[in-house]
Design a protein around this ligand. Structure first.
Ligand code: DGJ
Length: 733
């Protein structure tokens, strides 16, 4: 890894073993992109790449009379001079002008990576892990300094980018758009893979062909959202999981966002990502700075499995922090689907005791333990134990659960308040709402104004009391409605455009305080399942409840889709009861576990209520997961067969030394009178002899010829039964 600065030609070349990212100071003084992709040699001068010929009906820089931003690739483009594409930012100065020209002033190159104050971001623990280039550009008239940050990691084909604006003038200016990055590519032969859905059907991959014009996904819900995930892939049309070129764009942020690709009619493809400019206006007063969140851009020429593994490794090693970083996760039992809010301490202890017998390690008490919370009409905001349900409070319950030999954790939803709560009756001005207008409800609740420090402080103090008084090793932080009527009763009119972002900063600040005070607690983020499943959250909560849909067959799609951008160990996945409470579908306890193994693993049911035969199986499942969780959660993950293309799905994990692997195969729908065929495995060592079930195979045999599915699975005319599955361990002999 290195960053070369060639002073005479004015170019910067960031490279490691796999990638080169080359930028240069353009003749106009702005920054232009020369190249991003597979590693190439450096040379003295790349200025031949810059296009400087006249073309009809374009605008050119007045000094050179030949350089047009529109005909070149920009690093952080403005609109209003010589480029007509999507800008990365817009600054409105006091005279109403929105024209900017940020030209190169200086740069610095250093080892390591700086933090982004108040924001989540990848980090480099040691200086040799990463190098950073900061390029300082200035708009001399507006007296605003723009710094573009580029970090290249030694071990990953990744460049992390963000920008910072600093107002060095006397006048206040408005940032009406401040995205995190722009990457212009020289051709448009790409498809955009996006991860879309809604509640209970999150992160389903969809592919759109790119062409002239704009293709975009966004969130305006205040969270990153289940509807469009802040992760997109731009891939060559033939790129699949095993081969081909692609770029990934992962936004390390949990609020409104936009990810857009724009094909210009001159052939350029522009990709931008950042905070959604809709309803965003940041007032930047003299001497103030605004820092954008980070985008992690990854490149592969080896297919999408390789791209995903880059994100898995980078996020496990350089985004997740604290005690739970790279640690196998406890097997838990959560009572939500078992009881909903209808429980007593006795019924909870009953569930926990059976869980302990099965081998579970952590018991989690979900929603309903506080205030007047017997249904979802009341109680949010009143973070005090309900004595009818917990006579000795959280302290008493946690002690009793600990005495059984289980760790204990519980559920919170700190950003919300029910109108029927003591908190709302005392502080109706603490919610996001426009005075005099009725605020919209979501699950009968309102959103607290987390842009206000006193609101965050108040919630922190209430939670502190409950947590510090009890023995808590896990917290599930939920968030169950989108933001609407985003107006803060504490902010002046001109600052209302800052509230969406300040809200997210408030959420991050509460997380930071809780993590700093209780560093051993494992946080799991949740937002009606997967409404805030993003890289930003992983900085605080190393795992996320991936979906409220616990149906094994639907989960195959959801977990498969989630694996493109997020580590397996971050995917909250549990076995629940059948018929499934979201879909009505019944699957065997074996298949439910075979799916849930590929995540954090746990049970979302009362184990007293399953048959004794199933209970015996559950004990074996827990033993299996304890033995193999490190491999599953931190091994190299390969998608083998897509649930979106066939009626079967398969995936596998391989240990770093390639001596062990586990493959999961699932039949979502049986196909009568078809041959089961073969399943080609991946990631093994070609020369090694492996044992899988009763047979030995060479790695090259498993990867090229594949396993004969009929041996594992199918007997007779059908390709097995609907919802059948197997999970098989492969070990080097
Ligand atoms: C939504 C979550 O996704 C569920 O798992 C559960 O915690 C409920 N909220 C509780 O209200």
């Amino acid at each position: 890894m290195n960053i070369i600065c060639n002073k005479s030609s004015g170019h910067f070349h960031l490279y490691n073993d796999r990638i080169s990212y080359i930028i240069a100071v353009a003749p106009s003084g702005e920054l232009t992109n020369i190249y991003f992709g597979k590693r190439i040699h450096d040379r003295d001068n790349f200025s031949y790449v810059i296009f400087q010929m006249g073309m009809p009906n374009i605008a050119v820089d007045a000094d050179t009379e030949s350089y047009s931003m529109e005909l070149n690739r920009q690093e952080y483009p403005s609109f209003g001079t010589t480029d007509f594409g999507m800008p990365a930012f817009e600054v409105e100065t006091e005279n109403g002008s929105r024209i900017s020209s940020f030209v190169y002033k200086s740069h610095s190159i250093y080892k390591g990576k700086k933090e982004l104050t108040g924001l989540p971001a990848t980090y480099a623990n040691e200086e040799k892990e990463a190098m950073t280039l900061e390029v300082l550009l200035e708009d001399e008239q507006a007296k605003i300094v723009l710094t573009l940050f580029y970090t290249i990691f030694d071990n990953y084909p990744v460049v992390a980018r963000h920008a910072e604006f600093r107002n060095e003038g006397k006048d206040t200016v408005k940032l009406t758009k401040a995205l995190s990055c722009c990457l212009d590519l020289p051709d448009q032969n790409y498809e955009m893979m996006q991860f879309t859905g809604a509640w209970a059907r999150e992160r389903i991959p969809e592919v759109r062909k790119l062409t002239n014009g704009i293709t975009a996904v966004e969130s305006k819900r205040g969270t990153s959202s289940a509807n469009f995930n802040p992760f997109v892939i731009m891939k060559r049309p033939k790129t699949d999981d095993f081969s081909g070129e692609a770029f990934g764009f992962s936004f390390v942020y949990s609020g409104n966002f936009i990810a857009a690709a724009e094909g210009s009619t001159y052939g350029r493809l522009r990709i931008v990502m950042g905070i959604n400019p809709e309803r965003f206006t940041w007032i930047l007063e003299s001497e103030e700075s605004f820092v954008t969140p980070e985008v992690v851009i990854a490149h592969t020429d080896l297919g999408l499995n390789d791209l995903s593994r880059t994100y898995h490794r980078l996020y496990n090693n350089n985004l997740v922090r604290g005690k739970w970083k790279n640690r196998p996760r406890p097997i838990l039992n959560n009572n939500w689907e078992a009881t909903y809010m209808d429980f007593t301490e006795e019924s909870i202890l009953n569930i926990a005791s059976k869980a302990k017998q099965a081998g579970v390690e952590l018991f989690v008490l979900d929603d309903g333990w506080f205030g007047e919370r017997d249904d979802d009409f009341a109680g949010l905001g009143d973070w005090v134990e309900n004595p009818k349900k917990l006579p000795q409070g959280m302290a008493g319950l946690s002690r009793k659960i600990n005495a059984m030999g289980l760790d204990f954790g519980f559920w919170i939803e700190p950003e919300m308040v029910n109108p029927n709560s003591n908190l709302y009756r005392r502080h109706p001005e603490w919610v996001l709402a426009v005075p005099g207008r009725k605020p919209s409800l979501g699950r009968h609740q309102l959103v607290l104004d987390f842009s206000r420090k006193e609101v965050v402080d108040y919630i922190y103090n209430m939670l502190y009391k409950v947590i510090s008084g009890a023995s808590i090793s896990y917290i599930k932080w939920d968030m169950n409605r989108p933001l609407t009527e985003v107006f803060s009763m504490d902010s002046p009119p001109e600052k209302q455009g800052m509230i969406y972002h300040k809200y997210v900063l408030g959420v991050y600040s509460l997380y930071t305080r809780l993590i700093e005070t209780f560093p051993d607690i494992l946080f799991e983020s949740c937002s009606s399942g997967g409404n805030r499943f993003d890289a930003g959250m992983l900085y605080y909560a190393p795992q996320a409840w991936c979906s409220d849909n616990t149906d094994a067959i639907d989960r195959l799609r959801i977990q498969y889709g989630s694996s493109y951008g997020y580590p397996i160990v971050s995917i909250g996945s549990h076995v629940s009861n059948v018929p499934n409470q979201q879909t009505g579908r019944s699957t065997s306890i074996a298949t439910r576990a075979n799916v849930a193994y590929f995540g954090t693993y746990g049970y979302e049911l009362d184990l007293n209520e399953i048959s004794s035969k199933d209970f015996e199986e559950v004990k074996e499942q827990i033993e299996f997961m304890k033995k193999y969780r490190e491999l599953i959660q931190f091994g190299d993950f390969y998608r083998l067969r897509s649930p979106f293309e066939t009626d079967q799905t398969a995936w596998m994990v391989v240990s770093k030394d390639k001596k062990k692997a586990i493959v999961g195969f699932y039949c979502m729908k049986s196909n009568v009178n078809t041959l089961p065929g073969f399943l080609r495995l991946a990631g093994l060592d070609e020369e090694t002899l492996y044992k899988m079930e009763d047979r030995e195979y060479y790695g090259d045999e498993l990867m090229n010829m594949g396993i004969t599915l009929s041996e594992f699975y199918n007997k007779g005319f059908t390709i097995s039964e609907d919802y059948s599955s197997f999970v098989s361990v492969i070990e080097a002999v």
